[in-house]
Ligand binder design. Structure first.
Ligand code: AMP
Length: 186
């Protein structure tokens, strides 16, 4: 089963992705984590992306798409992909379709965690304290939300026409959201 968890920053994508990973013995594909790792290791990619990431801007499609390619063709992970934070642009969505089709895979479920802006700001402020993420200050949060609305919202519109698209109320409690998702996938 391949799944996309979709939603604005702070909607709880990572939490639900982790839940699915444990429940279905699959793999969380978090491009945010992959990019943060590049920065931590101070790689060539890390040096290139540090400013845009700390500024709440998207990393170039080319870089993110490249990072993803290896994972999709990994036979060990085939049909066990839980995407968290990817795709975020139409270009990425199309790239994902191509890579999945080339590797004989498909998307089984797309979940959209819908949460309003006020709730997100509160959640991210809490996460900043817990996880010490450098891109979680108030101004960056607002920028990331605006970027999401501007660039990622069209991706949502693109997917919402699919029969495997499901909108879930992301303001519910974590376990309520997980139950809802589980109900749909089982
Ligand atoms: P996340 O951990 O998913 O909230 O991502 C944190 C930051 O990483 C985002 O604000 C972007 O700067 C960058 N990022 C993560 N995933 C992507 C992606 N698919 N495309 C472009 N930038 C991304």
């Amino acid at each position: 089963m391949n799944v996309i968890i979709f939603g604005p920053p702070g909607a709880g994508k990572g939490t639900q992705a982790k839940y699915l990973v444990e429940k279905f013995n699959s793999f969380q594909i978090s491009t945010g984590d992959m990019l943060r790792e590049e920065i931590k290791k101070d790689t060539e990619i890390g040096k290139k992306i540090i400013n845009s990431m700390n500024d709440g801007k998207f990393v170039e499609d080319e870089i993110v798409n490249k990072l993803l390619e290896k994972i999709i063709f990994d036979p060990y992970k085939k049909n066990k992909l839980i995407f968290d934070g990817y795709p975020r642009t139409i270009n990425q969505a199309k790239n994902l379709e191509i890579l999945l089709s080339k590797s004989n895979q498909k998307l089984d479920y797309i979940f959209f965690l819908n949460v309003n802006k006020d709730a997100i700001i509160k959640r991210i402020e809490k996460r900043k304290i817990l996880e010490k993420r450098s891109d979680d200050d108030a101004i960056t949060i607002l920028k990331r939300y605006d970027t999401y609305m501007e660039i990622t919202k069209p991706v949502l519109d693109y997917y919402s026409k699919n029969s495997n698209f499901h909108e879930v109320d992301g303001s519910m409690k974590i376990d309520e959201i997980s139950s809802k998702i589980e109900e749909i996938v089982s």
